[in-house]
Design a protein around this ligand. Structure first.
Ligand code: ATP
Ligand code: MG
Length: 478
């Protein structure tokens, strides 16, 4: 009922080819192939979702999703490289090398009565019209379509106006849409920060009212969204919105409490996230580096406490890092490899304390975690306004001695750090060649089963592996 009320005043807007800026030159050629084949066989074929939004904003889309009236089995018949996934709502993955073009049949929002869990949404969606498909989406700017037959943009939800005004608005009543799927609240924050959009009034009010519902969302989805907040150089803005709308208090209570007691908007935490956002390699940083950057000020606070409590002892930094990070990582089910990397990075500064000319630790250059270690140290030094010239010497030596021998990844082999598993589908396992298993060596955490890059994170390795110090004591001192 409410949803119908919301759309009474909305009428469909079509922007013809000459009235918008989307050019086929900016659309992935494989996505174009899929669109053309669907259209040439008599189907509706639209580019949908984030790709239309990004193209209209002049941004490079991360992925190109397609919506069609063809049924999953029709899609499979049309494409030999198609895999149907998802148990309840079947999606087609059309695979080109390591690239996947997600193609889904238009569907509609399930009625409340159709949903088993009351308001919380299940994946049991039913096929629908293009208009119904637009209206089941989360935000107006994510509900736009690009029609490959007419090259026009079709707007059933008022997304074009909101794109112009830079406003993020829910499709429908946010009080309902956020409760149906609480992860939409984190998506709202993520898009507002990433696109530098303002959240509309209804959205802001609903966030403040329903933030605690995020605790009803599935933990892996929340964890995935937390790591997405770090992307597109907008982690500082995203975490600030998370904190302002109290979502942080539910998702990462320790971080929220730290911000509250360390100055709110002036908390030192923001300077580390700002440095992370400005890092030239931002897009390639691992989740371990991202996690370490967020938690570093909390770790420093705990370290100061330990130093005050044990003034004559050398504090074991890794132990402090572990005790700071472990409970949070456990609750959010952060992959172990990410946690180990973040813990190890907190102790990495000693490695870079002197110029490589004076240092005997050149073996460290060859450690697989060296790039993560130097990236994190650069973020810390930049945040603290410290000199990075010694780091530059290490980087130059690394580039000269190690990096030139590492083959550049082919386009096929490149891994997207935010590699998306489709939101509502089972993960697609890329076909892999079988390898003989190597017996794990002690401390070889990189080969532990849990370290096989989850959340789209590149395989992480800990810097503890090459350390020769004795194992840490459990009392916080050594
Ligand atoms: P990104 O650039 O991060 O991929 P995106 O807008 O493409 O942004 P996706 O997570 O890839 O986001 O989802 C694709 C589209 O599916 C969205 O644009 C939106 O229309 C729809 N969508 C995704 N998640 C939801 C959700 N929880 N509820 C309703 N619609 C959703
Ligand atoms: Mg997307």
């Amino acid at each position: 009922m409410l949803t119908t009320m919301f759309f009474k005043r909305d009428k469909t807007i079509t922007r013809e080819r000459h009235e918008h800026c989307i050019s086929r030159a900016n659309i992935d050629p494989d996505a174009l192939k899929v669109l053309y084949r669907l259209a040439n066989t008599g189907h509706i074929a639209f580019l949908v979702g984030g790709s239309v939004r990004d193209l209209l904003l002049g941004r490079q889309p991360k992925d190109f999703d397609i919506g069609t009236d063809a049924r999953p089995n029709d899609i499979r018949r049309l494409f030999r490289n198609c895999f149907l996934i998802g148990r309840r709502f079947r999606l087609a993955h059309i695979v080109f090398g390591r690239k996947v073009i997600e193609t889904s049949t238009f569907r509609r929002q399930p009625d409340e009565s159709e949903s088993e869990n009351g308001i919380y949404q299940t994946e049991d969606n039913t096929f629908g019209t293009p208009e119904e498909d637009a209206k089941r989406r989360d935000f107006t700017v994510n509900g736009l379509f690009y029609d490959i037959k007419t090259f026009s943009v079709i707007d059933y939800v008022g997304g074009l106006k909101d794109l112009e005004k830079k406003v993020l608005r829910c499709i429908g009543d946010p009080n309902i849409r956020f409760r149906e799927d609480p992860v939409r609240m984190m998506r709202a924050v993520k898009f507002a920060a990433r696109l530098d959009f303002t959240l509309d009034r209804a959205c802001r009010k609903a966030l403040l009212k329903h933030h605690a519902d995020i605790l009803n969302a599935s933990v892996p989805r929340v964890c995935e969204e937390v790591f997405r907040l770090f992307t597109y150089n907008s982690s500082s803005a995203a975490f600030k919105l998370m904190w302002e709308f109290k979502l942080l208090q539910d998702v990462l209570p320790e971080v929220s409490a730290f911000i509250d007691r360390s100055g709110g908007k002036n908390s030192p935490l923001w300077k580390y996230l700002n440095a992370l956002d400005k890092d030239p390699q931002n897009a390639d940083l691992s989740n371990g580096v991202r996690m370490a950057s967020l938690f570093y000020p909390l770790f420093l606070e705990q370290l100061r406490r330990e130093e005050a409590a044990y003034p004559n002892s050398r504090i074991n930094r890794q132990h402090v890092a572990r005790t700071t990070l472990h409970p949070i990582a456990e609750y959010l089910r952060v992959p172990k490899a990410t946690l180990f990397t973040a813990v190890a990075l907190m102790d990495v500064h000693r490695r870079f304390s002197e110029s490589p000319k004076k240092s005997r630790g050149h073996r460290f250059l060859y450690h697989p975690a060296f790039p993560e270690a130097i990236a994190f140290q650069r973020i810390v030094l930049t945040a603290e306004g410290e000199d990075v010239s010694v780091l530059n010497e290490w980087q130059a030596l690394y580039d000269q001695e190690v990096a030139r021998d590492i083959p550049a990844p082919s386009e096929e082999g490149q891994v997207d750090v935010e590699a998306d598993q489709p939101r509502d589908a089972e993960p697609l396992e890329a076909p892999r060649r079988r390898r003989r298993r190597r017996k794990p060596r002690p401390f070889d955490r990189a080969n532990a089963p849990e370290s096989s890059g989850q959340n789209g994170e590149p395989r992480a390795v800990t810097v503890t592996e090459v350390r020769t110090e004795e194992p840490p004591r459990t009392d916080g001192c050594d």
